[in-house]
Structures are given as structure tokens and as C-alpha cells.
Design a protein around this ligand. Structure first.
Ligand SMILES: Nc1ncnc2c1ncn2[C@@H]1O[C@H](COP(=O)(O)OP(=O)(O)O)[C@@H](O)[C@H]1O
Ligand SMILES: [Mg+2]
Length: 205
């Protein structure tokens, strides 16, 4: 079993979008995939309830009420969708339970400011541990000024940007059907699938 935590203290950063699509990616690769929802709002589980049973199978459960995070060992991949405001002992516990931490980050001054303390905490938590952390630049074109601003900001933390995902309604539309950009008709989302490649390579490494 391998596990990835998707976390950012700010609401609307793209955690559930990343977590659901990542689950869809692994499921479509034929992996036994479980989505662990830690958010009281349970957006990821609600999304899953809309999923067509003909699509690649996914299982999911709510674990926001567990004192210590227990992940299902029988899964190939567990994708953990964190709630907003995650910090302190829970953050420490969750980081210890996973192999990778992915932080979606929108390049706006508000989002970057809200994430600064979180990135500092993560960096000290993973020191001397096997867990790796990477940023997903969310809703951004890599050639823009916004992307440059994000890269400049991240220099202080020594955390790599592992993917850039553009701003597109495709994510909103597939989510409404309990689907992901990796579910058929996949050709419709060729651009999205290509943008995820460096992220999934980094995760599987
Ligand atoms: N790359 C994107 N392009 C367009 N809309 C996006 C993108 N990523 C996220 N969104 C939208 O932004 C909103 C917040 O995303 P969500 O994944 O729910 O964030 P979080 O779980 O961090 O609160 C959702 O409506 C989602 O559909
Ligand atoms: Mg969410």
C-alpha cells in the first residue's frame, strides 16, 4: 500500500479536485484504490456517490473522526483528501501515515500567504523522514507572471512544483458526473491528462 495526502489549509485550493482525479487515475491504471475523506463536508464521498458503476471502481470512507489515521493495507493506493485548516498534531499524524504529500496551490497573494505557515510546518515535519512533499500549481499557465510569482515564493521552502494544472471547466464538468479526466471518454481531456503526467510520475517514483 502506498498513500498520498492532498492538503492545503485554505478552502478552495483544489484539494478535492486533486484527490478525486488522482483516485480516478489510479483506478484507471487497474490499481485497487481507496479515497479517504477527512473533511467533515465529505465532498469527495458525495462525488463518489454520483460515480457510474461502469467506470473504474473506487472505494471510499470517511476518517475525519478517527483519532489516529488508519489506512486500508489491502489497497494499492490510498488517496487522502484533507480538510481546510489542517494543522498541529493531526497534520503530524497524517504526514507520518503517507508516502507523499501533495499541496495544491493557487498563485494568488491570498493563497500564498495562507499557505506559508503550513509549508514551513510540513518542511520541519518531513525532515529526516521518508515522506516527500510536492506542490501542484493550480489553475495556472506555466508561462504566466502568476507562475513566476509562485516559483519565486516557493524558493524559500525548497519544495518542488511537480505539476501545473490549467484553469478549466473540464474539472467542474467531470466532477458533476462522479468522474475524472482519466475516465472515458479520455480523449476529450487529452490536455488535462498530459498535464498530470509529471505529477503521477513523481508519485509513482
Ligand atoms: N484547475 C481547475 N480549473 C477550474 N476549476 C477548478 C480547478 N481546480 C479546482 N477547481 C474548482 O475550484 C473549486 C474548489 O476546488 P476544491 O477541489 O473543492 O478545493 P478544496 O477541496 O481545496 O476546498 C471547485 O469548484 C473546483 O471545481
Ligand atoms: Mg475539499
Amino acid at each position: 500500500m502506498r498513500a498520498v495526502l492532498v492538503a492545503n489549509p485554505k478552502g478552495g485550493a483544489g484539494k478535492t479536485t486533486l484527490a478525486t482525479n488522482l483516485s480516478g487515475y489510479f483506478a484507471n491504471q487497474g490499481k485497487v484504490t481507496t479515497l479517504c475523506d477527512l473533511d467533515r463536508q465529505q465532498s469527495a464521498l458525495r462525488w463518489m456517490a454520483f460515480r457510474d458503476p461502469a467506470l473504474a471502481a473506487l472505494s471510499g470512507y470517511y476518517a475525519g473522526n478517527q483519532i489516529v489515521l488508519n489506512l486500508p493495507k489491502e489497497a494499492d493506493w490510498v488517496v487522502v483528501d484533507a480538510p481546510a485548516g489542517l494543522q498541529g498534531y493531526k497534520l503530524t499524524d497524517y504526514i507520518r501515515a503517507v508516502d507523499k504529500v501533495v499541496v495544491p496551490l493557487v498563485p494568488s497573494v491570498f493563497d500564498m500567504a495562507a499557505t506559508e505557515d503550513f509549508l514551513n510546518s510540513i518542511r520541519s515535519e518531513i525532515r529526516g523522514q521518508r515522506t516527500k512533499v510536492g506542490i501542484v500549481a493550480m489553475r495556472v499557465d506555466p508561462r504566466t507572471k502568476a507562475a513566476g510569482m509562485l516559483e519565486e515564493f516557493l524558493k524559500h521552502f525548497d519544495i518542488p512544483i511537480v505539476a501545473y494544472l490549467r484553469n478549466t471547466q473540464n474539472y467542474v464538468n467531470v466532477a458533476a458526473a462522479g468522474a475524472t479526466v482519466f475516465d472515458p471518454p479520455r480523449a476529450k481531456h487529452r490536455r488535462e491528462v498530459a498535464q498530470w503526467e509529471p505529477l503521477v510520475d513523481w508519485l509513482e517514483k
